[in-house]
Design a protein around this ligand. Structure first.
Ligand SMILES: [Ca+2]
Ligand SMILES: [Ca+2]
Ligand SMILES: [Ca+2]
Length: 490
């Protein structure tokens, strides 16, 4: 009796210790809204091993540029230093010539020789884990490269759909069964193909200890495949994170894949909405409507991936012509204070410029000053210090024509993000009843300890007095700010 009681107590204590240490160091690897992701192309990040530079030509934007796992391993402290808890890297499977991006698989069971080998990949993953960084690999299993070992082999004839281009993207049958960009389309109706792709995906997890997949071209594969796929992966690795790409502005077309077992989707509707408002000057009321509509359609908004640009679209600064600094700064504030998991594209901290596809994937500019690094680091730090900012409730506070204001809040903290996309600089914001509490001050969280802006385009701002639930303030045109509310002047 005595033994069993003390054993129980010891077990409880041990369990508590495990829970505490896991929540502090995130040992279990489970993804949640407290994470933030740095997304990079291995080939375009850092060359740490010249011995694998076959056919490297940095003047050819469509060719290999020399980056590899050794280089990435060297630069992991740089990413950890900005406070990111995860990386998403381009696909590691062996690609045919020219497939620096990883979307042209030649052999799903081999490591791409330009990036290193299984050992250097494992070393990178282990080092990342030591630094508290989880690893997501890109994976394209809708299609292979045209030189894939199985394509053209009569033994694998029914592994591929017959060659036919997609010419109507509103026809879901075509989207799933026709070829995307002239790439052999795998036949997911074939049970052998399904099993092969599931086994292969599990094999990489077992080999390397990675924590997630970013699944390419999700909507080009039937949802019932993803149901089977996610169930099979999660049966063995319950905490494994699956985030899919559905290049679509309609949230209903994304939500259905969460229902099929994919944890999160890249939030293209939020991307289009922030672009429309910040770049095109469309009314914040429309932005708000899009946000509300998305939240209605996502079964798990907290696991969606939020982004302001990526490798398939023009870089953010490339799409904005006026007030670039201000608009980049406010979009970063949005990225790190909106719901979901923020995903920042490599080089945004500089910021690097670039158009869509290849030109937006140029080599990381290591010799340029990273003007937005302090802002990014500070926003990541703020998220880890205050769960309200990542996991708290989301409330729209104000949506005028040119101004969008929302709160992230929990029992401890209330933060306000204000995105000002008009010329009006003096305005007042009225807090809804449930957020008034007895707050009397609001302070900018995007200033350094000396009160200086953390990046170009961030406004200098004195603490703001709150009277009867109302903030009267001045915010320069086209700037944004993240405010923390408090009872005393901080
Ligand atoms: Ca190299
Ligand atoms: Ca290759
Ligand atoms: Ca397909």
């Amino acid at each position: 009796m005595t033994f069993s009681v003390s054993w129980n107590m010891a077990r409880k204590a041990l369990l508590l210790l495990l829970i505490l240490s896991a929540s502090v160091f995130n040992l279990w690897g489970q993804f949640g809204p407290e994470d933030s992701v740095y997304f990079l192309f291995t080939d375009r990040f850092y060359d740490g091993d010249e011995s694998n530079n076959y056919t490297v030509n940095i003047r050819n934007l469509k060719g290999y540029h020399g980056g590899d796992f050794a280089g990435l391993t060297e630069k992991l402290p740089y990413i950890a230093g900005m406070g990111f808890s995860a990386i998403w890297i381009s696909s590691v499977v062996d690609n045919q010539a020219g497939g620096y991006h990883g979307y042209w698989a030649q052999d799903y069971y081999r490591v791409e020789e330009h990036f290193g080998d299984m050992e250097s990949l494992k070393t990178m993953v282990d080092r990342a884990h030591e630094l508290g960084i989880k690893v997501i690999l890109d994976l394209a299993i809708n299609h292979t490269g045209i030189q894939h070992d199985f394509f053209g082999d009569p033994a694998y004839q029914d592994w591929f759909h017959p060659r036919q281009d997609i010419d109507d993207y509103s026809d879901q049958y075509q989207v799933e069964n026709h070829w995307l960009q002239n790439l052999p389309d795998l036949n997911h109706e074939n049970p052998e193909v399904r099993q092969y792709l599931i086994d292969m995906s599990i094999w990489w997890i077992e080999q390397t200890g990675i924590d997630g997949y970013r699944l390419d071209a999700l909507r080009h594969v039937p949802a019932d495949f993803w149901r089977e796929y996610s169930a099979a992966v999660k049966e063995q690795f319950p905490d494994f994170y699956l985030i899919g790409e559905v290049f679509d502005g309609n949230p209903a077309n994304l939500g259905k894949y969460q229902n099929a077992g994919i944890d999160g989707l890249l939030d293209f509707p939020a991307y289009f909405a922030i672009q429309d408002m910040v770049r095109n000057g469309e009314p914040a009321t429309r932005f708000a409507q899009s946000v509300i509509n998305s939240k209605r359609n996502y079964p798990h908004e907290e696991l969606m991936g939020t982004f302001i640009d990526n490798h398939d679209v023009r870089r953010f600064v490339n799409q904005v012509y006026r007030n670039r600094e201000e608009k980049l700064a406010q979009s970063l504030m949005f990225l790190f204070s909106y719901t979901g998991i923020p995903i920042m594209y490599y080089g945004t901290e500089i910021p690097m410029d670039g158009g869509s596809e290849h030109s937006g994937r140029s080599l990381m500019a290591w010799d340029e000053p990273a003007l937005y690094k302090d802002l990014v680091t500070s926003l990541n730090e703020l998220r880890s210090l205050h769960p309200a900012l990542s996991s708290g409730e989301f409330t729209i506070v104000d949506r005028s024509m040119s101004r969008f204001v929302y709160a992230r809040h929990d029992a401890d903290d209330v933060f306000l993000t204000i995105l000002n996309n008009g010329d009006e600089e003096r305005f007042s914001i009225e807090l809804p009843d449930e957020l008034r509490r007895d707050f009397r001050w609001a302070r900018s969280m995007v200033l350094d300890s000396a009160g200086e802006p953390l990046a170009p385009g961030v406004p200098e701002l004195e603490s703001i007095r709150i009277r009867r639930g109302r903030l009267r303030m001045e915010l320069p045109a086209y700037t944004g700010v993240v405010l923390k509310l408090s009872r005393e002047r901080e």
